[in-house]
Design a protein around this ligand. Structure first.
Ligand SMILES: [Zn+2]
Length: 250
């Protein structure tokens, strides 16, 4: 395959599913960590294996045979919203390909937390069957970013070019995921969600407020005469970070 043709790949649904299944089986066979559809341990090396499997099954080994730059693969424990990210560390039309450098990162928490809530989880508009399936679809999304960067020097999954490629390459129907986030687990454990009216004790007084955000603790805006945040009705609020177990739903 020539570089220019990389952008024009278009496969049918059955072809995509067959190839994706082959990748899945081969990854399980090759990986030192992944031995089923349930991922409980994974390394950067697994992402590299995955990349060359996609290269073989979807890109006619274009990358292993032709690409002269560098691609790093890394797992991240810090990603809390995006399940993956791709950056072009050095991408410039005038530069020789040898100097091009890309990085694909996968948010590993989304894989480990996959089973914490038993609801449907989609990635890129595809209903996922298990955490390995979620990894594959997330990885595919990142591969489109990589190829866009490589071919055009920029990439955005909000734009039409990306969406067309994602649909043609991998049958993706969307660009978002509904995998389980840490804040969703916390809210579900404590029965609290963003926007809820809550009370808590602050300096020996009961305070009333709203949940604005949930991370490790909840961000609360609570009514207080000395508040510096003022709503449209003139109510004054202060902000506090409170552990979820100290909040009472009103
Ligand atoms: Zn994206």
């Amino acid at each position: 395959m020539e570089k220019a043709k990389l952008g024009n790949i278009s496969y049918g649904e059955q072809y995509i599913n067959t190839r994706r299944n082959a990748i899945r089986k081969e990854l399980i066979k090759t990986s030192k960590n992944i031995d089923s559809g349930v991922i409980d341990t994974i390394s950067d090396e697994d992402l590299k294996i995955l990349f060359y499997l996609y290269d073989k099954y979807f890109f006619e080994n274009y990358f292993i045979n032709n690409f002269k730059g560098t691609i790093n693969f890394a797992l991240s424990r810090r990603m809390s919203k995006s399940a993956g990210s791709t950056t072009a560390l050095k991408s410039n039309w005038a530069m020789p390909e040898e100097k091009e450098k890309y990085e694909i990162k996968i948010g590993v928490n989304f894989l480990f937390q996959y089973y914490e809530l038993s609801r449907e989880k989609t990635v890129a508009g595809i209903k996922t069957e298990d955490s390995l399936h979620a990894l594959l679809i997330t990885f595919e999304h990142e591969l489109i970013h990589l190829i866009e960067f490589y071919l055009f020097g920029n990439s955005s999954c909000k734009k039409r070019r990306f969406k067309t490629m994602a649909e043609n390459f991998f049958g993706h129907k969307g660009v978002y995921h509904s995998l389980i986030t840490k804040s969703e687990i916390l809210s579900s454990n404590y029965g609290l969600k963003i926007g809820d009216k809550v009370s808590f004790v602050h300096k020996n007084k009961i305070k009333y407020g709203y949940i604005y955000r949930i991370n490790k603790r909840a961000t609360i805006y609570f009514l207080d005469r000395k508040g510096i945040y003022i709503d449209s009705k003139g109510n004054r609020y202060l902000k506090a970070y409170i552990s979820l177990e100290l909040l009472k739903k009103e």
